[in-house]
Design a binder for this molecule. Structure first.
Ligand code: PLP
Length: 472
């Protein structure tokens, strides 16, 4: 039923509503919420969306995912507020504009939001929906999040000043760019607490998962892409990208998605399940290529993450592929639980042992590859030389891989542009030997970095618990 969800690990398949899942984040059994079924969008409906603004189009998709848990008129207003200008720096009123790079190759810009990363697309809407629902229930929510760089500032910009929400955000001490640190630091205060962890992103994510297991903290909300609200708000832009590119509704398309936690590309998969004619979903990873290896070998093996020039993808334990796994094992919860236990014990799993053959990925549209630092540098350089356009290293990862996959079969390919280059100037300078002029809103933002804006902890659950208790 529309607006109903189940956990990937619940044998009883207990259904909960969209809004409950929104506030809960992770399911109590440690699983992820997925819709009981994927609502369908017909070709006629797609045709009708062609001339819609982004908030209007997003409404048509989201209303089917939300069901009646948020009344239609309220949902419409929330979406309008989430993507309003000038918060979104839309181009000719297009929130997610697609630009042509060469014949049949395009980039879709998802980073025109307030913090210049694609995460704004989902988090602005998530903040609106959470606050709306908390108001209605007369409740407050404490959120604990972990960021590899972009989620932090994006979530903070989305909930800053909202009366019903307090946000604690963990970030790794090393790996983020100064710009990312400054963006977060400048948002500390009021209902926002930034915590710097002496470790990597995976350590931050483990701390969050650890606290969720403690009954005292089990009610903490989530802004990471484990939250179904986030995945569902990322689905509409695949529809928009499609409609901006294809000649006739019904034609096929390929997407290339820079991937870390398997959130964005999972949203593409769900768009496909809902009826969008996507042929290939190409997963683009950096040197942290566990997902690339999974698609190519069927084996998922944890390897320590390394810091790269596309830091928002430096993840070695991707949360969201459990939602795909659930479908691939025909939604058999017991198999998912067995898988999770095996993975916990060995740090390595072979999908074949769970009845999933290597072909299954391709049958569902999944392809993959990875790029190196030098690939990204070369791609940034080459694109600038050929077109004058400057892209960030995450988008360069996607473009590198798009060029490897592109054939002249006439099917358009769209790369997701997930951040603006201003966030990663060191890498841009390495590629182009100059730093492009900043938009006014970003000039001098590093001046606001101060150690006072971050509370520092080691990788220690008790220190984190003590800090949260003290501040709520
Ligand atoms: C978060 C992020 C990604 C990875 O997205 P996932 O949904 O976690 O796979 C890619 N690029 C940028 C710029 C990001 O911020």
């Amino acid at each position: 039923m529309e607006g109903k969800l189940i956990s990937t690990r619940d044998k009883n398949k207990k259904e909960i509503s969209y809004t409950d899942a929104l506030l809960e984040g992770l399911a109590p059994d440690g699983g992820l919420y997925v819709p009981t079924e994927y609502p369908q969008i017909s070709i006629q409906e797609l045709e009708g969306m062609k001339k819609m603004s982004y908030p209007e189009l997003a409404f048509e998709i989201k209303k089917k995912l939300v069901g009646n848990t948020i009344p239609n008129n309220d949902l419409k207003t929330l979406l309008k507020n989430a993507y309003a200008e000038p918060k979104f720096n839309s181009q000719n009123s297009n929130t997610v504009p697609v630009k042509k790079i060469e014949k049949d190759l395009f980039m879709q810009n998802l980073s025109l939001g307030p913090t210049a990363a694609f995460k704004d697309m989902a988090l602005q809407e998530l903040g609106q929906e959470m606050n709306y629902e908390l108001n209605k229930r007369n409740e407050k929510l404490i959120i604990l999040g972990a960021t590899s760089g972009d989620t932090g500032s994006s979530a903070e910009a989305a909930v800053k000043g909202l009366k019903n929400i307090t946000l604690f955000m963990l970030s790794p001490k090393i790996g983020m760019s100064n710009f990312q640190k400054a963006q977060m630091g400048s948002l500390s205060g009021e209902n926002i607490f930034n915590i710097s962890v002496n470790g990597r992103f995976d350590d931050c994510q483990d701390l969050v998962k650890g606290l969720k297991k403690d009954p005292e903290f089990s009610k903490l909300g989530a802004v990471n892409s484990i939250n179904w609200g986030r995945i569902s708000s990322q689905i509409p832009y695949f529809f928009s990208g499609y409609l901006q590119v294809i000649k006739n509704v019904g034609d096929e398309i390929d997407f290339v998605v820079p991937t870390g936690n398997f959130g964005n590309v999972l949203s593409g998969y769900i768009a496909k399940k809902m009826g969008l004619p996507i042929r290939k979903l190409i997963i683009a990873t950096n040197e942290n290529n566990v997902l690339d290896k999974l698609i190519k070998t069927g084996i998922y093996k944890i390897t320590p993450s390394q810091i790269t020039s596309s830091p928002s993808m430096d993840i070695s334990k991707a949360s969201n592929y459990e939602r795909l796994l659930f479908d691939l094992v025909d939604r058999n919860t017991e198999t998912v639980i067995k898988y999770v236990e095996k993975f916990r014990k060995d740090g390595k799993v072979d999908f074949k042992d769970f009845g999933i053959s290597l072909d299954t990925f391709k049958q569902n549209g999944f392809y993959s590859d990875s790029s190196t630092h030098q690939d990204r540098i070369n791609t940034i350089k080459q694109l600038y030389k050929e077109t004058g356009k400057i892209i960030d290293p995450h988008s360069a990862d996607a473009l590198t891989i798009a060029k490897k996959y592109k054939t002249n079969d006439g099917i358009p390919m769209v790369c997701m542009e997930t951040a603006l280059p201003v966030k990663f100037e060191d890498t841009i300078k390495e590629a182009l030997s100059f730093i492009p002029e900043r938009e006014k809103r970003f000039i001098g933002i590093e001046k606001s970095i101060s150690s006072n804006n971050f509370y520092e902890i080691s990788i220690n659950e008790n220190d984190l618990k003590a800090y949260i208790r003290k501040n709520i």
